[in-house]
Design a protein around this ligand. Structure first.
Ligand code: ATP
Length: 514
């Protein structure tokens, strides 16, 4: 199945099974805004819990805060967002569709890479075991030509981004003959800068309302609280502050479901370090964060690092962790070395000292910051995409299964009496009463057992427990495993232990704590 079709199926699956709904759907929706349904909110909460506990339980020197969305408007002046939080936009005059100029060029570069990879794959098949990939890439004229063209465009692109040269960005789009995917034409407008911040007003207009911004990142709430946290928590460098919260960006192009939203949620951690030690911490956090992703078991090959071509105005190093979505490898998390930019700027604009007194060095300085910043919604999408599978069952039937990491699954077990009579529902109720305080359970007595299994597969429930007539005699139930569909007879008294082993967040956290 084409990847595009897989993505469409995932989007409709999310809706059909109560994970994600378009916002304001009865009014035909609101661009790039989504609501989470009953299963979606459970999965989302579990993702947040996994992140929060990995930060605050596994690192003694990381503490949390929850700062307000509304902040003093000067914060965004100081942080550089008022002047520099822009994306370059371009319109196609025929389709009237709007695009990010940088994304059009990035997609072109990615397509060239794909072409080269395909060429190499074809040759590998042709030559069989004698194939030498390195030699092929270094000598094949077509590959060399494509590679050289790619490098030249890439170099121009990086320079144009760093110089904020909008004419050159447009020229690259023209030179590479990029067409609008909708109209198929190259009839492009100029490239313009577009600020992504939403604004609103605080206070009544008669008293002179103040223009304020909806935060485009949660990080600034951490920076301006740096000293509050350091002093009240008696924190010593290095230490981190973690926060989960909403962020808002008026994205130019918002056509990829919850990948790019206008209202979304971030999980950010700012780690304050001594100046000069930032690269060491940057590398440490890169590793720690990748291990966090990989522990979920969606497949190590689905992740890769991607270093930034253009560093943000505040950064001296930046890497993304990308996940292989149905539409290619895409950023899920950013790890940035933000220098002392933010704290120094706030010191300058507020006139208040933002320094740390280092008792070991006997002097004060402005700490450097390494940040890890991940979008909850993108993480959600990566997990759903990595878990979604359609499987033929061999008897002409098929199933859709979400192989969600068990610890994150919205429902941990389903309790299914085989029939709705003969005391089986009462027995099932007894089992539910025993397990409900520890695990999110779902009780289902409607339809055939096969249909009920399919419903649970579709929402990623790791275990189904079936109660039959035999159960009333021997106190045993059938436990069915989602991934293998194997069934086993086990004693009711054993259920808690079996389920806890796989679904416990503690066991997942233990995997990354070494
Ligand atoms: P992109 O290049 O895709 O626009 P970004 O580099 O601007 O992303 P950051 O500013 O580094 O993103 O934000 C940190 C994280 O927040 C991202 O890795 C992503 O997971 C999430 N994020 C950013 N923008 C959005 C959005 N519009 N919708 C959903 N998540 C987002």
């Amino acid at each position: 199945m084409a990847q595009e079709d897989v993505f469409k199926k995932i989007v409709s699956h999310c809706k059909e099974y109560g994970f994600v709904f378009p916002s304001s759907e009865v009014y035909d929706g609101l661009g790039a805004v989504y609501d989470y349904g009953p299963h979606g909110v459970e999965l989302k909460n579990n993702i947040k819990k996994y992140w929060w506990e990995s930060m605050t339980l596994l690192h003694e020197n990381v503490v949390g805060i929850d700062s307000a969305i509304f902040m003093h408007p000067t914060i965004w002046k100081a942080s550089g967002h008022v002047d520099a939080f822009n994306d370059p936009l371009i319109d196609n005059k025929d389709s009237k569709k709007r695009y990010r100029a940088d994304v059009l060029i990035e997609d072109y570069l990615a397509k060239t890479d794909e072409k080269i990879a395909k060429e190499t794959e074809k040759a590998a098949k042709r030559f069989g075991s004698t194939f030498d990939e390195a030699k092929f890439r270094a000598t094949n004229p077509r590959v060399l030509e494509q590679q050289a063209r790619r490098e030249a465009i890439h170099a121009r692109f990086v320079k144009a981004l760093n110089d904020s040269n909008l004419e050159e960005l447009r020229q690259i789009i023209l030179d590479t003959e990029i067409v609008c995917p909708v109209s198929g034409t190259r009839n492009w407008t100029e490239v313009r800068q577009f600020n992504l911040m939403f604004s609103t007003e605080m206070g009544s207009t008669s008293e002179g309302a103040m223009k304020i911004f909806l935060r485009p990142e949660t990080a600034q709430g951490i920076f301006v609280n740096f000293l509050n946290v350091q002093k009240t928590g008696r924190m010593k460098l290095p230490f981190g502050i973690a926060q989960i919260g909403k962020a808002f960006r008026n994205e130019i192009v918002a056509r990829q479901f919850i990948f790019r939203m206008r209202e979304f949620e971030q999980m950010e951690m700012q780690f304050f370090v001594r100046p000069g030690e930032e690269m060491e911490w940057f590398n440490k956090w890169k590793k720690t964060r990748l291990a966090w992703h990989k522990a979920l078991g969606l497949g190590d090959a689905k992740y890769r690092y991607h270093d930034h071509d253009k560093l943000a105005h505040y950064a001296n190093a930046a890497t993304d962790i990308e996940f292989e979505m149905p539409f290619g490898f895409k950023e899920v998390e950013g790890i940035h070395s933000r220098t002392d930019f933010d704290l120094s700027q706030h010191e300058k604009y507020s006139g208040k000292k933002m320094q740390y007194f280092d008792p070991e060095q006997g002097q004060s300085y402005t700490p450097y910051v390494v940040e890890t910043s991940i979008g909850v919604d993108r993480m959600f999408l990566s997990i759903i995409s990595g878990s979604y599978a359609e499987e033929a069952l061999g008897n002409g039937e098929s199933r859709v299964v979400l192989r969600l990491p068990a610890a994150l699954a919205p429902v941990k077990l389903a309790i299914l009496p085989l029939v709705k009579k003969d005391g089986l529902p009462e027995k099932a109720e007894e089992i539910r009463a025993m397990l409900r305080f520890d695990f999110h359970c779902q009780y289902d007595e409607k339809d055939s057992i096969g249909k009920r299994y399919r419903r649970q597969d579709a929402i990623g429930t790791p275990y189904c427990i079936t109660i039959d007539h035999q159960t009333l005699e021997d106190n045993q139930v059938t436990i069915r495993y989602r991934d293998t569909m194997e069934q086993e007879r086990v004693a009711i008294g054993k259920l808690h232990e079996i389920i806890a082993e796989k679904v416990s967040l503690k066991n997942l956290l233990k995997k990354i704590n070494n």
